[in-house]
Design a protein around this ligand. Structure first.
Ligand code: R5P
Length: 311
């Protein structure tokens, strides 16, 4: 085991890093992450990290500066002789282009994985990747957590009767099945077709939803249209109530209007990304994944198994 555990944060989500540190009962690592007068990023680690086990917390969604900050911080840590550097990426951004399914498109997820490894990460800790296969884009160890224990605990406590879990598209079916099993709920599926990068259409609804209380689970909400359209289709087919559980709330500017107008009682998200200026009033609940990430960091540091964090 590497002796000294230190947790640093980029500027993307310092509140989450602070909560992780408080769970771990360690002081936040001292580093300056700033800008040169012309806007370029400047980083300085203000403590001795020689031989330390360093964890750098930084979601890598937009703005792209977040990713660059993470890369530069890892470079600083490696050059300061840290023994091991783990990139803690609560939300792995640039994951949606993860295969070449059209001519002349990038595989951004692979590019980002290469950059992270090249910048000096010895390992990666992340959560609810857009697709699990992204793990294979890394040739360094990667621990892939799920926010499921946090979301499931919340919905369990609500004791919702006649519960049906809905997968909003085929890609999220496996995840939804796991949620349904854990919540003792039945399962339904929305057959969604993406009409544009920012819009979708509901083609079919598979499963019984009449007079059922619904929870739709997804990995990410961006515009909110996937969820909103699924909610409308579910209501039209007689669902009693609709709630949503999502890990990454990477809300776009239009999310407020889209979700605000949808027939949804509650949108439950985690703090994997910092709160966006989107006002959903009483509809929005944010749960913290800091304990989950903190416990994973502790176990990685102590070279212990992470398996129990998946149940
Ligand atoms: C799609 O594959 C994802 O799981 C989400 O359903 C999608 O990215 C959500 O995007 P939006 O909120 O813009 O519909």
């Amino acid at each position: 085991m590497v002796d000294s555990l230190r947790v640093f944060s980029g500027s993307a989500h310092p509140d989450l890093a602070r909560s992780i540190c408080s769970y771990l009962r360690v002081d936040p690592g001292e580093a300056e992450v700033d800008r040169f007068p012309d806007g370029e990023i400047t980083v300085k680690i203000n403590e001795n990290v020689r031989g330390c086990d360093i964890f750098i917390v930084q979601p890598t969604g937009a703005p792209a500066e977040s990713l660059l900050e993470l890369l530069i911080m890892m470079d600083a840590a490696k050059r300061a002789s840290a023994q091991r550097v783990t990139a803690v990426i609560p939300y792995f951004g640039y994951a949606r282009q993860d295969r070449k399914d059209q001519p002349r498109v990038p595989i951004s997820a692979k590019l980002v994985a290469n950059l992270i490894a090249e910048a000096g990460a010895d390992r990666v800790l992340t959560m609810d990747l857009h697709s699990s296969q992204i793990q294979g884009f890394f040739d360094i160890p990667l621990d892939h957590l799920f926010a499921a224990p946090v979301l499931i605990e919340y919905f369990h406590r609500k004791e919702i009767p006649n519960l049906t879990v809905v997968a909003p598209d085929v890609g999220s079916l496996k995840m939804a099945r796991a949620y349904a099993k854990r919540l003792g709920a039945s399962l339904a599926l929305v057959d969604k077709r993406r009409t544009r990068a920012d819009d979708t259409e509901v083609m079919n609804l598979i499963g019984e939803v009449q007079d059922r209380n619904i929870v739709i689970f997804d990995d990410v909400i961006s515009t909110g249209r996937t969820i909103a359209k699924a909610a409308v289709a579910l209501k039209e087919r007689g669902a009693t109530s609709i709630r949503v559980g999502v890990t990454h709330a990477v809300f776009a500017p239009q999310t407020e209007a889209v979700l605000g107008a949808a027939p949804i009682e509650e949108v439950v998200v985690t703090d994997s990304v910092p709160p966006r200026p989107v006002d959903l009033g009483h509809k929005l609940q944010t749960l913290s994944v800091s304990r989950l990430l903190g416990e994973a960091i502790r176990r990685i540091h102590e070279e212990r198994s992470l398996s129990s964090l998946f149940v």
